[in-house]
Design a protein around this ligand. Structure first.
Ligand code: ADP
Ligand code: MG
Length: 150
């Protein structure tokens, strides 16, 4: 499914589509999505739209320098019955040989209450689950971006 986005607020559409995908997914482990695309393509904006949809009111910041941010999902959204935490990871500075992070990520992925979104997933592809949902972001021209959910 490909979405053409003309302004940041329209990112709500693919964010809702991702939430719909989580409802069909296996419930034994975390739901993991990888967000691919160049710098400035709209990955963090997508996570912000998703957090807003889930009723998270804390200001979401890019986890670039701290690798990971964890947001509690309030009990207002229907999906809070399935997920208690939105976890936003920026893997840009990581490699799959980073054993300490790999162990930590494994723990996060084993918890079915986690909804995990990973920017730069290709950096750690080998340690991602096989059923990871990949979403690609592209900056087409000044006003147009695309979000493609595979
Ligand atoms: P990434 O995380 O992929 O590097 P960001 O989501 O941080 O990119 O977006 C970079 C900049 O582009 C931000 O200033 C953001 O406000 C802007 N931006 C993102 N998506 C859109 C959009 N659909 N329309 C206009 N500006 C956008
Ligand atoms: Mg970003």
């Amino acid at each position: 499914m490909k979405y053409t986005i003309k302004k940041p607020e329209e990112t709500t559409r693919p964010a809702r589509a991702l939430l719909a995908c989580t409802m069909r997914a296996a419930k034994k482990r975390a739901f993991v999505a990888g967000l691919s695309g160049d710098l400035g393509a709209g990955k963090t904006t997508f996570v912000k739209a998703l957090a807003k949809e889930l009723g998270i009111r804390r200001t979401l910041q890019s986890p670039t320098f701290i690798l990971e941010r964890d947001y509690k999902i309030p009990g207002l959204h229907p999906l809070s019955a399935r997920f208690s935490h939105l976890i936003h990871i920026d893997a840009y500075r990581l490699t799959e040989h980073d054993n300490m992070f790999a162990g930590h990520l494994q723990t996060l992925m084993n918890n079915p209450e986690n909804l995990i979104l990973i920017e730069w997933p290709e950096r750690i592809k080998k340690i991602l689950p096989k059923d990871t949902l990949f979403i690609s972001f592209a900056h087409k021209d000044e006003k147009t971006r695309t979000v493609t959910i595979r």
